[in-house]
Design a protein around this ligand. Structure first.
Ligand code: HEM
Length: 479
């Protein structure tokens, strides 16, 4: 009944505790002062399960005489939560979760189009588009992560929470001095109180309208159906996890919808500023759907210019700096960096430098496009000159392979890092790029987008956020 759990060298100096275990079935989930996840018949079973989930942190061995070696359990918990978040919020292509993002995004985009068409019919002139984008983005997130959606037309509480999220998103994107100099906080008290009230309202909404119902219905033996389900299982399995941690995580990830709504608004703004961008997007979309169906995530490869427009908006708008701290002495590009040094990735320089981009100030989605040759099969019928049973009317089908040039989006550009890079890279990037694409493309299929006055279209560089109450746009339904 004794096992040794060894850490691999890959994760360096994590603390290792050596604890004695009792022989026979162990009263899990506790060994010594450390808690394990779930109930297990033996320490071996417990650690086998741990090792399955955190395989690259631990290797497991049945030891000879005495004890269990446990890695830093806080790290395990964090890793479990991170893996959960990555599985749901950053799923790989061809996974069920990725496909579900696509279907949810198209569903919500269709709903948005219907709402906007009704709004346009009843309005003479321009409309405030942004609030509609924000509630749609929130519904995309709640629908995908928690299998619940809300009616923005009739649900005032929902609408208010989306507004609060948007105000907070605007605030955190402003870069106040107090962000770097915390001792200034007393000067910002009123401001902080306001933010704090918005946060409380958001938390109350998420608890009462999303979490509590699910807690009540949770079936721990059923397969994990969404992110919320996964979070509640963590809470159920691990008594050391605080309910507030889970609620905070959900709040944080749902809050990501603000970036999608604002980014789509920036994409529409780019089209309103430059009708040529809109024309190119529309001709691409018409070729793909002939106007006969909604656009889904699977259309992304055939709509490279539309996809590239989202990236070009991100290039101009993504955060100018990404702060990190060196966790060990290192050399970066030949410069010594001591452990503890704060290191900033200068995204602004990467995004706007002439060293990397031609005419970086110009809005030009085609900078993200490249031509690729793809081999295609072409069927053609030709006269065989013979008559036989297998060749009706003397025609045979001939398959030839031809090389065709297609446009596609450049991936992995080493100097384009809006979501940063490495171990802490943005978990939400798949959600952002996929949902923004689907919402934007469907809007472009259905409406011509025009500015009321191009001078109104004010946008801060290196900032995804627009104020909650921002400029209106003309949306003209297309035939
Ligand atoms: C325009 C949209 C977004 C941009 C440009 C963006 C960018 C970034 C950047 C630059 C980082 C820092 C990475 C680093 O420290 O190296 C980050 C971290 C993170 N982002 Fe995003 N993000 C966006 C939207 C989202 C969304 C929608 C979510 C969640 C649904 C999200 C979740 C996260 C999380 C959890 C981290 C921390 C990752 C970690 O420390 O392991 N982000 N993001």
């Amino acid at each position: 009944n004794t096992i040794t759990l060894k850490k691999t060298s890959k994760y360096g100096d994590n603390k290792v505790a050596i604890l004695k275990t009792a022989p026979g079935p162990v009263p899990f989930p506790i060994i010594g002062n450390l808690h394990l996840l779930g109930k297990h018949e033996s320490p071996f079973q417990a650690f086998t399960e741990l090792a399955k989930e955190y395989g690259d942190i631990f290797s497991l061995k049945l030891g000879a005489s005495k004890c269990v070696v446990v890695n830093n359990l806080e790290l395990i918990r964090e890793t479990r939560r991170r893996n959960l978040a990555r599985r749901h919020c950053g799923p790989k292509q061809h996974t069920d979760n990725f496909a579900r993002i696509g279907s949810v995004a198209t569903f919500e985009a269709i709903d948005l189009i219907q709402t906007l068409k009704a709004k346009v019919r009843s309005t003479d002139g321009a409309i405030e588009v942004k609030p509609f984008l924000m509630t749609t983005a929130m519904n995309m997130f709640t629908h995908y992560m928690c299998n619940v959606r809300f009616d923005a037309e009739t649900d005032g509480e929902f609408k208010q929470v989306v507004d609060h999220f948007d105000e907070i998103f605007w605030e955190i994107n402003q870069g106040y001095a107090v962000d770097f100099l915390p001792w200034l906080s007393s000067f910002y008290k009123k401001h902080m109180d306001k933010l704090s009230q918005w946060s409380s309202d958001i938390k109350a909404f998420i608890l009462s309208r999303i979490v509590e119902q699910r807690e009540h219905d949770l079936d721990i033996d059923a397969p994990e159906k969404d992110f919320l389900d996964g979070l509640l299982r963590v809470l159920h399995d691990d008594p050391t996890v605080d309910r507030n941690t889970i609620i905070f995580m959900l709040e944080d990830f749902l809050g990501g919808h603000s970036s999608v709504g604002n980014l789509v608004m920036l994409c529409l703004t780019a089209v309103a500023r430059d009708p040529d961008v809109g024309r190119r997007i529309r001709s691409e979309i018409e070729a793909a759907t002939k106007g006969k169906r909604a656009i889904s995530l699977t259309d992304r490869n055939t709509l490279p210019y539309t996809d590239a427009t989202v990236l070009e908006c991100l290039r101009y708008a993504s955060s100018p700096i990404v702060p990190h701290v060196a966790t060990e002495n290192a050399a970066v590009a030949g410069f010594g960096v001591e452990k503890g040094t704060i290191v900033f990735i200068n995204n602004y320089e990467l995004n706007m430098s002439e060293q990397y981009w031609s005419e970086p100030e110009k809005f030009d989605p085609s900078r993200f496009l490249e031509k690729n040759k793809v081999r295609m099969r072409r069927n053609s019928q030709c006269d065989s000159g013979m008559e036989s049973d297998s060749e009706k009317n003397g025609l045979i089908t001939k398959i030839t392979e031809v090389d065709k040039e297609v446009l596609s989006v450049k991936r992995n550009i080493p100097y384009f890092l809006p979501f940063s890079i490495g171990k802490r890279t943005c978990i939400g990037q798949t959600l952002v790029t996929t949902m923004s694409f689907v919402m934007f493309a469907n809007l472009m299929q259905e409406f011509d987008v025009r500015a009321v006055d191009k001078n109104d279209l004010i946008q801060k560089p290196a900032c995804v956020a627009l104020p909650k109450d921002t400029y209106s746009l003309h949306l003209v339904p297309r035939k």
